[in-house]
Design a binder for this molecule. Structure first.
Ligand SMILES: Cc1cc2nc3c(=O)[nH]c(=O)nc-3n(C[C@H](O)[C@H](O)[C@H](O)COP(=O)(O)OP(=O)(O)OC[C@H]3O[C@@H](n4cnc5c(N)ncnc54)[C@H](O)[C@@H]3O)c2cc1C
Length: 398
């Protein structure tokens, strides 16, 4: 029997597996896909994540496809542009997730790859995981790192299906491009673009220029998702018109994906089971970024599991510490970003941009917070106060 069975080998699962095995626990990792596998994604996150997980530095050449130094944020009517300095690492998920997976395997863990976890039976003192291949695995603890449609969340009774309001449906494509085609359009600062509420629908669009590819994506909140194919099409047309994309761009590899953008689950643990990453809804409601949260929460989960390992069995009483740790670290960020999401997807978004255009401080606050590279959470109260101040100043000058 394993000490911990990790279901899902994305950033959350591979990170947790590596830490747990390094501390001497008997771990196995399961994924329905074979590796290297490509997850539909923008592939942008703060460069500080690489410092926080130092073992990544050694493998940096295997995954880094550039660093964006400037972020540009476009208003819904595209008349106002806010710009800020950022440090966003750009990767292809096929490489990045594979590096994380290999770092986990290096610790000598068992892996069950290319087979789906079909059913989980929680018994009194162990769990039994039934795989699609017919194999059955037993573990003292189950780690649910199986992403947005988590079977673990469902079977543990922690989260059923996400309501449409809490999901963003995306289309994304990695467009192959020559170096000069990228530099001409995005300079060697690899300027990235973020579009609020394209077509007046709640959501966002992005361009992440990388080495050899330009990543184009669009996400719309689930309640409006039927408009996604049409809007993606007109987004691409617009980008071509603006010369942000080549006229002959190869869009043959467009893919769909879901992100939980309605804030985290109410509870991320039960007896002998934890949820981590997208399975627990740990994603920025504002930008849809979740790689960093997944990896940081995975480390918290591992720390708690290692510390409770000597106890008989990690029950809720011990595992709540995991929830305390991640909520302390980024629980408030999710709350603030949810509030900001409401503001930025509301009817006054263009007006907010107009006000922001007049003030450098607002420009920096907004632009940096919209980027995956921001480590400072968006202080929504400060932003609103600053906006009021700019309005007041403007009216006094009249
Ligand atoms: C279009 C799009 C763009 C995004 N862009 C960004 C971005 O630029 N930056 C950013 O930080 N985040 C981005 N995200 C979010 C980011 O992809 C996730 O937050 C991140 O992947 C979460 O990691 P995870 O390990 O929790 O889940 P995942 O990466 O989804 O990994 C879950 C794993 O579980 C496996 N799995 C699922 N079900 C089962 C099962 N039953 N049995 C076995 N295995 C299973 C899957 O195959 C998968 O490998 C984007 C998401 C989408 C959809």
């Amino acid at each position: 029997m394993y000490d911990v069975v990790v279901i899902g080998a994305g950033p959350a699962g591979s990170t947790a597996t590596r830490y747990l095995a390094k501390k001497g626990l008997k771990v196995c990792i399961i994924d329905k896909d074979s590796f290297p596998r490509d997850k539909p994604c923008g592939g942008g996150f703060s460069t500080s994540l690489i410092e926080e997980f130092p073992y990544l530095r050694k493998r940096i050449d295997d995954f880094l496809k550039g660093i964006a130094r400037i972020g540009v944020l476009h208003s819904p009517n595209r008349r106002v542009v806010l710009q800020g300095k950022v440090d966003m690492a750009l990767v292809l998920r096929i490489d990045f997730d594979n590096v994380l997976f290999e770092c986990a395997l290096e610790q000598g863990v068992d892996s069950y790859i290319g087979t789906r976890a079909k059913r989980i039976k929680f018994h009194q003192d162990y769990s039994e995981i039934e795989l699609a291949s017919g194999t059955s695995i037993k573990g003292a603890v189950v780690l649910g790192t199986d992403g947005v449609s988590s079977i673990v969340a469902r079977e543990a009774g922690l989260q059923r299906r996400w309501p449409k309001t809490n999901i963003t449906a995306c289309r994304v494509v990695e467009v192959p491009a020559r170096n000069e085609e990228i530099l001409d359009r995005y300079t060697d600062d690899l300027i990235y673009h973020f579009y609020a509420n394209l077509g007046g629908l709640p959501g966002y669009g992005w361009i992440f220029p990388k080495q050899d590819t330009i990543n184009i994506g669009l996400g719309i909140v689930g309640t409006h998702a039927q408009g996604l194919p049409r809007l993606f099409h007109s987004f691409v047309r617009y980008l071509k018109r603006e010369n942000l994309l080549m006229k002959n761009a190869d869009l043959s590899s467009v893919r769909g994906g879901l992100v939980p953008t309605g804030g985290p689950v109410k509870k991320s643990y039960v007896d002998r089971c934890l949820l981590v990453g997208d399975a627990a809804g740990m994603v920025s409601p504002l930008t849809g970024g979740g790689i960093a949260y997944a990896m940081k929460a995975a480390r918290f989960a591992s720390m708690v599991l290692v510390s409770t390992y000597d106890e008989s069995l990690p029950t809720e009483n011990a595992l709540w510490q995991y929830e305390r740790m991640w909520r302390n670290e980024f629980g408030n960020e999710f709350k603030e970003q949810l509030l900001a999401q409401k503001l930025f997807t509301g009817p006054f978004t263009d007006l907010l941009f107009e006000i922001g255009r007049r003030d450098k401080q607002i420009q920096e606050m907004v632009s940096e917070s919209m980027s995956e590279s921001s480590d400072s959470e968006l202080d929504i109260k400060k932003l609103l106060l600053r906006t009021l101040l700019v309005c007041l100043r403007g009216s006094l000058r009249r």
